[in-house]
Design a protein around this ligand. Structure first.
Ligand code: HEC
Ligand code: HEC
Ligand code: HEC
Ligand code: HEC
Length: 290
């Protein structure tokens, strides 16, 4: 259900909202995080103060989407035909045939966009969406880092590529470069790491000689990239982000000495629900050999 933006009353409730739990560190959970609409919108967002309900319901959920079951989804799904998929900048267009995106929002990406495209109210929820109550667009909320910063729109040419076959592209990229590192199975990751790697935890640049790639340390256990690919091969929003604020990396503090607040609580740095840190661009180095 697309909602007209009638947010004045809702905005008034931000300051009064119970924000004591906001700004929870990574690895903590949904309650009190930026994905807790009873904190982002305020306690009136749901009459019973439920948290999961804005995304899931135990009964009367939307059951499938193009043949794949949805995780008990309780939010309007965006119309994917109105989206523009990413178009590669490199290599030149003549090679883009290798990099195909058939459904830009394949898998959980369309669940994210049911709030993050800005067209559907973030506090909407209800039995088969028959009794939606939502009024607030993500474009109109300001949790501390600027109004509308989380409204990504429908033009995915401005967002990191998703909806493509990770393994296929990794193989193609790796066949066309030399420097990198050897994988356990004897192949080489020269541009994009193979999806059996975990996410980066550190990078060591000391003692690196010319022609030898920096040493990237990775988590010994936990989720591998492939575990976050849809159907074992498609990259989605959830390949980088952990929606439940439960398994993501704690981001290092700001270095500019400026104090910032999110939902009224002082925070050292947002964790962006990412599987690896922003510091040293470890999230990027989790996949890109650069
Ligand atoms: C902001 C939306 C949102 C909220 C709030 C939310 N979820 Fe989810 N949940 C998702 C999305 C999106 C997925 C699919 C994730 C994926 O495929 O990586 C998911 C998947 C799941 C799954 C299946 C996969 C898994 O991780 O086990 C379970 C179970 C689940 N959620 C439970 C919950 C519970 C319980 C709550 C409340 C404490 C909750 N969720 C709150 C968005 C949400
Ligand atoms: C390749 C990894 C990757 C993918 C895929 C990805 N993101 Fe992000 N996202 C990031 C990083 C890194 C940041 C931190 C932003 C920055 O560094 O400026 C971020 C930030 C965000 C933010 C906060 C925006 C801001 O400027 O403060 C939102 C919201 C978000 N992502 C949602 C999504 C959604 C929804 C999708 C899928 C359509 C998605 N992301 C796909 C890596 C990714
Ligand atoms: C029910 C609505 C809803 C859904 C579904 C949803 N989000 Fe969000 N998300 C929000 C709201 C609201 C915020 C806070 C917006 C702001 O700060 O301006 C947010 C914030 C974020 C941020 C910024 C976190 C930070 O630390 O700054 C990221 C990243 C993000 N979401 C990613 C995702 C991804 C990925 C998915 C799907 C797997 C998803 N979201 C699904 C509502 C949603
Ligand atoms: C989960 C793995 C993963 C993460 C994390 C990731 N990327 Fe990517 N990225 C890819 C893959 C796979 C591609 C598509 C293959 C390619 O173009 O090399 C890609 C494509 C790109 C492209 C497009 C290249 C083009 O020709 O248009 C850029 C630029 C990029 N990534 C930069 C980044 C940056 C910067 C970060 C960190 C903020 C990041 N990526 C994080 C896997 C990832």
């Amino acid at each position: 259900m697309k909602k007209v933006l009638a947010v004045v009353a809702v905005f008034g409730s931000f300051a009064a909202a119970g924000t004591a739990l906001a700004g929870l560190p990574a690895g903590t959970g949904v309650n009190g995080s930026l994905h807790d609409m009873t904190k982002v919108v305020g306690p009136t967002a749901d009459s019973m103060g439920r948290v999961c309900v804005f995304c899931h319901t135990p009964h009367h959920a939307q059951s499938n989407d193009g043949g794949f079951n949805l995780p008990l989804w309780n939010h309007t799904i965006p119309d994917t035909t109105t989206y523009t998929p990413y178009a590669w900048a490199t290599p030149l267009n003549s090679n883009n045939g290798t990099f195909t995106i058939t459904d830009p929002l394949a898998g959980p990406s369309r669940l994210c966009m049911s709030c993050h495209d800005g067209a559907i109210a973030i506090d909407e929820h209800g039995s088969a969406l028959g009794n939606t109550t939502g009024t607030t667009s993500i474009a109109n909320v300001d949790t501390g880092f600027g109004q509308g910063r989380a409204a990504l729109g429908k033009d995915l040419t401005a967002t990191h590529p998703i909806g493509f076959d990770y393994n296929e592209i990794a193989a193609w990229r790796n066949a066309n470069s030399t420097n990198g590192f050897a994988n356990a199975d004897g192949t080489k990751s020269t541009e994009i790491v193979t999806s059996d790697h975990t996410y980066a935890t550190n990078i060591d640049t000391t003692g690196t000689t010319q022609g030898v790639y920096n040493t990237v340390t990775r988590a010994a256990g936990g989720k591998k990239i492939v575990d976050n690919l849809y159907g074992t091969n498609i990259m989605t929003c959830a390949t980088c982000h952990e929606v439940h604020n439960k398994e993501n990396a704690t981001q290092d503090g700001f270095t500019d000495g400026v104090t910032r607040t999110q939902l009224g609580v002082t925070v050292t740095a947002p964790n962006y629900f990412l599987y690896a840190k922003q510091s040293n661009s470890l999230i990027c180095l989790s996949c890109h050999v650069k």
